[in-house]
Ligand binder design. Structure first.
Ligand code: CP
Length: 315
């Protein structure tokens, strides 16, 4: 059962065919994903097999942008579940001989993969692929639009740490205007009624961001004081963020989180989707401190992906 609002389809059951973003995912589906994530997380911790429950299914990972965490954890989760895994690399593909993205997708569609994972620099590419593909699609990050698996693993990590997400004060500090991670987290956390704020230089804060139900904090000390958890973001130089700053050292002075700034703030937790730019948005001491959830996020990301494949296989 589902209804449409313009192009946005809102699932009204706990099933999931495609994962495009958290904007169109309801809370009940996210809760179901987190229940399954609990199960896979325990199996990962205990180093027990995930059951090869998708033996006989096939998946292709299409990464048109660089990745360490997302690509590796997708591939590992797929193999843990017993799928046949194919990794597509643009660099060694016939796109280098002039083949278009569309023809590439149609060619891949002809091989009838059950799942297609895609990361692409252009917002909305997963929706375009859906028009030409019968595979179930998982968005692994589409330009500045959404990064739903990152949003899910971040929210799962916050839930694991704090329990109830309602009224949890979460501040996202950094390059908000270029961040698909920020957008997915805002869409997801608002559905759990968290108090979400964003912080960064004015040039990094999108105009009308308040329309997404978030508060803007321009001072980092204020953000540290008012937050239970801070999600730090990288300055995305590949998306021309450098041109919006006077310098990276200036950014670090005003918006970078050092352990010195947070050590007296008891209970505060720090998240970062990675990759980190040490001594730009975060210092090394913070990243390895007991306030950091950063490496637990990575483990949870693996469990979230196992959960997603299991649930999507049912639809
Ligand atoms: N968080 C994240 O998407 O990291 P990668 O770019 O390494 O996948």
């Amino acid at each position: 059962m589902e209804f449409s609002y313009r192009h946005v389809k809102i699932m009204k059951t706990k099933t999931l065919k495609n994962l495009f973003g958290l904007r169109n995912l309801n809370r009940e589906v996210m809760e179901r994903i987190f229940e399954e994530t609990d199960y896979f997380r325990k199996r990962i911790d205990n180093k027990t097999a995930a059951g090869k429950i998708l033996d006989g299914k096939s998946v292709i990972n299409l990464f048109f942008e660089n990745s360490t965490r997302t690509q590796t954890s997708f591939e590992l989760s797929e193999k843990m579940l017993g799928m046949t895994v194919v990794n597509f690399s643009k660099g060694s593909s016939s796109m280098n001989k002039g083949e278009s993205l569309l023809d590439t997708i149609k060619t891949i569609e002809s091989m009838k993969f059950d799942f297609l994972v895609v990361r692409h620099q252009v917002p909305g590419i997963p929706y375009l692929i859906e028009r030409f593909s019968s595979s179930k699609i998982l968005n692994a990050g589409d330009g500045t639009n959404e990064h739903p698996t990152q949003g899910l693993l971040d929210i799962y990590t916050l839930k694991e740490e704090f329990g109830d997400l309602k009224k949890l004060n979460v501040c996202i500090i950094g390059n908000i205007s270029h961040s698909r991670v920020a957008r997915s987290n805002i869409f997801g956390l608002k559905k759990f009624e968290s108090n979400v704020s964003v912080c960064g230089p004015v040039s990094f804060i999108p105009r009308n961001i308040e329309g997404m139900g978030v508060n803007v904090i321009l001072d980092t000390d204020e953000a540290i004081k008012r937050s239970d958890a801070i999600i730090l973001l990288r300055v995305q130089l590949e998306r021309e963020a450098g041109a919006m700053l006077s310098s990276l050292s200036e950014y670090n002075r005003h918006y970078g989180i050092s352990f010195d700034k947070i050590k007296r703030r008891s209970g505060l937790k720090i998240l970062h989707p990675g990759p980190m730019n040490i001594n730009v948005e975060i210092d090394y001491e913070t990243s390895v401190s007991d306030k950091s959830l950063i490496f637990r996020q990575v483990t949870n990301g693996l469990a979230v992906k196992c959960a997603l494949f299991k649930i999507m296989n049912e639809s």
